[in-house]
Ligand binder design. Structure first.
Ligand SMILES: CC(C)(COP(=O)(O)OP(=O)(O)OC[C@H]1O[C@@H](n2cnc3c(N)ncnc32)[C@H](O)[C@@H]1OP(=O)(O)O)[C@@H](O)C(=O)NCCC(=O)NCCS
Length: 182
C-alpha cells in the first residue's frame, strides 16, 4: 500500500465535504446506530462549523484513489470555548490562547481495512507537519482508554479532565502535544 496524503483548506471544502461525511458514516456506523447524538447530520453541522474556522486544515489519505481516512482541525481563538469545560485545575498560562498558539485536532479516523497499518499515525503527522502553531490539543473520550493510550504513545500528554459545555457531552481527557517550531 502506498499512502498519499493530500492537504485541504477551507476554500476546498465543497470538493471534499461529501467524502468526509461518507467516511464518517462508515467509521462511526455502530455509534450512529445506537446514539442519536452521533448522527451524520449532527457531524455535518460540526464539520461546517469547524471548516469555517480560521486555520482549518484537513489531511485526507488515499491508497491509489481510495480514501482511507482523514484528520482535520483548526486554530483556537483567544478565550477559546475549547477550554471552558476543563475540570482539572491548571496554571492559567497553560490554557491562554492568542489565536496563533494552539491547533486543535478535531477529528482523526481511518477506515477498518487500513487500521493497524501505521496509516493513522501518518495522517496525524502529515496534518501537524504543516502547522506553524507552537502546540496541538485534542480531546479523547475517557471511555476509550485504548485510543488515549495510542495518543500517549505518539507523544501527547494528558493535562486533565474536560467535559465540553454541550448537552450530553462525554467526559474527555484533554491532551497537548508540542509542535516543532518552524
Ligand atoms: C483512532 C484510529 C484512527 C486509530 O487507528 P490505528 O492507529 O490503526 O489503531 P487501532 O485502530 O488499532 O486502534 C487502537 C486501539 O484502540 C481501539 N479503538 C480505536 N477506536 C476506538 C473507538 N472509537 N472506541 C473504542 N476503542 C477504539 C482499537 O480497537 C484498538 O484496540 P486493540 O489494540 O485492542 O485492537 C482508528 O482506530 C479509528 O478510526 N477509530 C474510530 C474513530 C476514532 O475513535 N477516532 C479517534 C477520536 S479521538
Amino acid at each position: 500500500m502506498t499512502l498519499t496524503v493530500r492537504h485541504y483548506t477551507t476554500d476546498q471544502v465543497p470538493e471534499v465535504r461529501s467524502t468526509l461525511l461518507e467516511v464518517y458514516a462508515e467509521v462511526y456506523a455502530d455509534d450512529i446506530a445506537s446514539d442519536p447524538f452521533a448522527g451524520v447530520d449532527r457531524f455535518a453541522g460540526g464539520l461546517d462549523g469547524w471548516s469555517g474556522r480560521p486555520g482549518w486544515s484537513c489531511a485526507i489519505g488515499y491508497d491509489d484513489e481510495q480514501v482511507v481516512g482523514y484528520a482535520y482541525g483548526a486554530v483556537l481563538p483567544p478565550n477559546a470555548r475549547w477550554w471552558g469545560g476543563l475540570l482539572t485545575e491548571v496554571d492559567e498560562d497553560l490554557v491562554r490562547e492568542t489565536g496563533t498558539r494552539t491547533y486543535a485536532l478535531s477529528e482523526l479516523m481511518v477506515r477498518v481495512p487500513w487500521r493497524k497499518t501505521g496509516t493513522s499515525r501518518q495522517l496525524h503527522d502529515a496534518l501537524l507537519a504543516e502547522r506553524a502553531e507552537e502546540r496541538a490539543t485534542l480531546l479523547v473520550r475517557q471511555s476509550h482508554p485504548k485510543v488515549h493510550a495510542l495518543y500517549e504513545s505518539w507523544g501527547w500528554r494528558t493535562i486533565g479532565d474536560l467535559r465540553p459545555r454541550i448537552e450530553h457531552a462525554p467526559l474527555m481527557h484533554a491532551m497537548l502535544l508540542d509542535l516543532p517550531q518552524h
